[in-house]
Design a protein around this ligand. Structure first.
Ligand code: TNX
Length: 516
């Protein structure tokens, strides 16, 4: 046991020393290393204050966010102020100095003693990640929106933590069913807890166009006017999209907007007759068929349209990526598809952004700046491995592991099953670093959990399919592979139940998990 407690000790290995402090063993994603300080605890009390790196607005924002999380349940004031030269007693300190170099750009060190909790990181991203860990060191009732009795105690420990992969994403399809701003914000809050740092928004598909584009206004006003099953649909104004982007940024999450093309474009074709090869606008569609629509590859106006949309979207999007879709273009010939991708990649580059696309785009010879997002159900793809060998990074979303819209089992009331059923153990049971042949860990940017919404209407629907599986994917994206252990994971996951209950998350109580 002593040998296990050296460098690289993981929470999964911390028995029996940590037996008295189960919170240290319940963190999801499991940290790189957790060293308990036996018998030590920090009492969070009415006089506790939060101090943040002096003069740093980003550190102060993390402090304000953490105070906002902790105030409703504790009922404490938790004032936030600039940190003095040395960490005062009775304080939580968020500092941008003194972190070990190993934490990198996104990691942190958390040291809790009887008198203080000090999180050190190189960046505000790292402080934010450390703040998420701190939340999980408190009882689940800390997540309640109403005052709770406490007491609030943080176990003594030194935690060193940083991600395995830089990118940990979730995708929400707001095209098949429109999801309003408040729903997206709620999901962002839920995702941030598990150190997810990218939200991919699927903004346009056959059934709806969900973002205002000033140069092509009917895309939103007409193309956004319905959704799967009929219903009013909807779209984000530019101000609403910016509100989402800013809210995500305050949760240290980057928004990646997707306009799917050259297929999945019926809503656009219905809005503008001139985008159709025959000049005739089709009707709006509310069914769930795929592979029937295509932009007109031979028309110049197609590329004017694409350039206009990408330019306006890029101007609204501070993150480095634009997602161009590219999947299931069954109504586009192979030659036309390659022509289209070859013309559109430079249009993305002209906006100053880098292109991401579903891995179908790797049928074309991609520049190393382009990212294929693998969504297949096999473990090899010639285009993706060729792109990786030429220097592209890959995002992994294998449909039979990472798709949040797949049912858990045959009795799951919503969801699809074309890629199979995905129980929690299936969602957890794969190694992103070795999953795709010809795509070594060094070529993987990270993991993303897509949630397609053909059957997903309400926030409760989103939560039922995302939780607990998105937490499993978050751990695959963050934690070292050496920690991977289903038996330990299911226990950590079960310990999240009181948090999710306090947050009114409608999670699926999988029989595979020992829920607290
Ligand atoms: C396939 S995965 C699609 C989507 C569907 C999804 C349903 C991918 C890139 N395309 O159009 O919504 O299956 O699971």
């Amino acid at each position: 046991v002593l040998a296990l407690l050296g460098a690289g000790t993981t929470a999964a290995q911390l028995t029996p020393a940590a037996a008295a402090t189960p919170a240290l063993q319940s963190i999801v994603p499991v940290p790189v290393s957790v060293t308990p300080a036996a018998g030590v605890a920090f009492p969070l009390v009415s006089t506790t204050k939060i101090v943040t790196e002096a003069g740093s607005a980003p550190a102060r924002q993390v402090g304000d966010y953490l105070a906002g999380v902790l105030r409703p349940s504790t009922g404490y004031a938790l004032p936030v102020s600039d940190a003095p030269a040395s960490v005062p007693s009775d304080s939580i300190a968020l500092l941008l100095s003194g972190a070990p170099a190993s934490v990198g750009a996104q990691g942190y060190q958390l040291v809790s003693t009887a008198s203080s909790v000090t999180i050190r990181a190189a960046t505000a991203d790292g402080l934010f990640a450390g703040a998420q860990t701190l939340r999980q060191l408190l009882p689940g009732s800390v997540e309640s929106p109403a005052a709770q009795p406490g007491p609030w105690s943080i176990p003594g420990a030194t935690i060193l933590d940083y991600p395995r992969f830089a990118y940990r994403g979730a995708m929400l399809d707001v095209a098949r069913h429109f999801h309003p701003v408040a729903t997206v914000k709620r999901y962002l809050d839920q995702l941030a807890q598990y150190k997810i740092n990218a939200l991919h928004l699927h903004l346009a598909d056959d059934q709806g166009w969900r973002i205002q584009i000033d140069s092509w206004p009917r895309l939103a006003t007409y193309g956004g006017s319905t959704q799967v099953g009929g219903g009013p649909g909807g779209y984000y104004t530019k101000a609403q999209y910016t509100d989402i982007v800013n809210y995500a940024a305050s949760r240290h999450i980057t928004v990646i907007p997707e306009i799917d093309m050259p297929g999945h474009v019926n809503a656009a074709l219905a809005s503008y007759a001139e985008l159709n090869c025959n000049g005739v606008a089709p009707a709006l569609r509310t069914d769930t068929a795929v592979g029937y629509s295509s932009l007109c590859i031979s028309k110049d106006i197609t590329y004017t349209f694409v350039a206009d949309v990408l330019r306006e979207l890029a101007a609204l999007t501070p993150g480095p990526y634009l997602h161009i879709g590219g999947d299931e273009a069954a109504a586009t010939s192979q030659a036309d598809y390659l022509t289209f991708i070859g013309k559109v990649l430079p249009l993305v580059a002209a906006t100053g952004k880098s292109a991401v696309g579903w891995h179908d785009i790797a049928k074309a010879t991609l520049p190393s700046s382009a990212t294929p997002q693998f969504w297949g159900t096999s473990t090899s793809d010639a285009g993706v491995s060729a792109a990786a060998s030429r220097g592209s990074k890959v995002i992994l979303s294998p449909a039979n592991k990472a798709y949040l819209d797949m049912k858990y089992n045959s009795s799951t009331p919503i969801g699809l099953s074309w890629a199979g059923y995905i129980e929690v153990q299936d969602a957890y049971g794969w190694n992103p670093g070795t999953y795709l042949s010809g795509v070594p860990e060094s070529a993987v940017r990270g993991v993303e959990s897509p949630l397609w919404t053909e059957t997903v209407v309400t926030p409760a629907d989103i939560e039922y399919l995302a939780f607990p599986r998105v937490a499993a994917h978050a751990e695959l994206g963050w934690s070292p592979w050496s920690t991977h252990d289903w038996t330990a994971f299911r226990t950590r996951l079960g310990a999240q139940a009181p948090r999710w209950t306090a947050q009114s998350i409608n999670f699926y109580r999988s029989a595979q998990v020992p829920w607290d």
